[in-house]
Design a protein around this ligand. Structure first.
Ligand code: S3P
Length: 433
């Protein structure tokens, strides 16, 4: 497995573009497959997670071709999928398994089994299995339906009302997809607003959706026509570059074509309040999603406190925010982040362990953790638990640490395949070995 070596770096400068958004790339593939007609997806994220979704959809009969980095999909129609001959492999991807479980449970007469890697097989699936069962879905899994492999016998689902306990876009999206395949009306209420890419795609494609506060309603349909997608850059990938620009002295970088969906950019709110110099240069819209260019400059940061309401808007940015907190003045508090324990790794443990290993100071508290700053960081070999966001967060820490930081890099291609190349082009001292 590859490694990267990062050393303390002088000012980062330049203009970059991050690859396409992971959440939207998965959804563009799924919705293009479920619709009728041919569509093209531009700026698709060719990362391991999105390739997992592509392979699963191909195994279900969707024709997908790639020409000059543009993905061409020939839609199957909502109920035109064929029974897969083998186990569907979602790899490391929670979005793949949860969204596709929503779809597979509504494919009447289609039997399927979906599983993934060692990390995915430990992650909780009851959050989708339970509400889908309420709709008449038949799904079996290890540990009473909580862990993959999941075996699914597709049924004609019935529209049902759901109140979901966790703000999870994966659960919400699985149920919205199932709702399109079900008879009658499906309603979903979430405790706080999670990323709303699926809702925006519903609107873009003209699919039935009514929003009333935190409640969404959809209903079963016979089919719909596909449209082309142009995927914005991934804010969650840009987050690592934003951190690099803020932390490395004298840096000034511009990140172009970044998705700025308000349900994704909680990190910007927190950092700006903490004194970060981040400007949105201009904005436009791409398939109902706001997009813009960002300029980031080295900044002195105050400590910050985050909790409940903002967490869903920055859930994937907590590891990199924790690294920024090591340089914030004072005690930064991360509350209500228990969900991090069931991500690609136990991120609370991985963050706290890694920061302390680098000479910083972090402690676990009830429902979260705290980080004290500013502290001097030192290199070393950091354990990443094969978690892409942990690997990238500690690589950025390496840019301001004394000595050499060594990171297992295999996981990075899960979401940001050209991470090392981009950091290096900006002047970061990073090499793959
Ligand atoms: C995602 C939703 C979030 C996020 C994940 C992608 C999505 O997960 O952490 O990286 O594409 O819907 P949860 O739904 O588990 O919060």
């Amino acid at each position: 497995m590859g490694k990267i070596i990062v050393r303390k770096s002088k000012s980062l400068e330049g203009n970059v573009r991050v690859p396409g958004d992971k959440s939207i790339s998965h959804r563009a593939l799924i919705f293009s497959s479920m619709g009728e007609g041919e569509s093209t997806i531009r700026n698709f994220l060719f990362s391991q997670d999105c390739i997992s979704t592509m392979n699963c959809l191909r195994a279900l009969g969707t024709k997908i071709e790639i020409e000059n980095d543009i993905v061409k999909v020939i839609g199957n129609g909502l109920r035109g999928f064929k029974e897969p001959e083998n186990i569907l492999d979602a790899g490391n991807s929670g979005t793949t398994i949860r969204l596709l479980t929503g779809m597979l449970s509504g494919l009447d007469g289609v039997f399927s089994v979906i599983s993934g890697d060692e990390s995915l097989r430990k992650r909780p699936m009851k959050r989708v299995v339970e509400p889908l069962s309420k709709m008449g879905g038949e799904i079996w899994g290890r540990n009473e339906g909580n862990n993959p492999p999941l075996a699914i016998k597709g049924k004609r689902l019935k529209g049902t009302s759901h109140e979901i306990k966790i703000a999870s876009a994966q659960v919400k999206s699985a149920l919205l997809i199932a709702g399109l395949l079900a008879d009658g009306e499906t309603s979903i209420t979430e405790p706080s607003l999670s990323r709303d890419h699926t809702e925006r795609i519903f609107e873009y494609l003209g699919l039935p959706l009514i929003r009333n506060g935190l409640t969404l309603k959809t209903y079963g349909i016979e089919g719909y026509k596909v449209k082309d997608f142009n995927i914005p850059g991934d804010f969650s990938s840009a987050a690592f570059l934003i951190a690099a620009g803020l932390l490395v002295e004298d840096s000034k970088i511009t990140i172009n074509n970044v998705g700025l969906n308000p349900t994704r950019i909680g990190m910007l709110e927190v950092l700006r309040e903490a004194g970060a110099r981040i400007k949105i240069l201009n904005t436009w819209e791409e398939g109902k999603e706001p997009v813009g260019n960002l300029q980031v400059e080295y900044s002195e940061i105050e400590a910050f406190e985050i909790g409940k309401d903002i967490i869903p808007k920055l859930i994937d940015e907590v590891p990199i925010l924790a690294i920024i907190a090591t340089q914030g003045k004072g005690k930064s508090v991360f509350r209500d982040v228990e969900e991090l324990r069931v991500k690609e790794s136990d991120r609370i443990m991985a963050i706290v362990q890694g920061i302390n290993k680098m000479g910083g100071r972090a402690e676990v508290i009830e429902n979260g953790f705290v980080v004290y700053g500013p502290t001097k960081l030192y290199g070393g070999e950091i354990e990443t638990f094969y978690d892409h966001r942990i690997a990238m967060a500690f690589s950025i820490a390496g840019l301001i640490a004394e000595g050499e930081t060594v990171i297992e890099s295999g996981s990075i291609s899960i979401s940001f395949p050209n991470f090392v190349e981009i950091i290096s082009n900006l002047g970061g001292n990073v090499i793959s070995v």
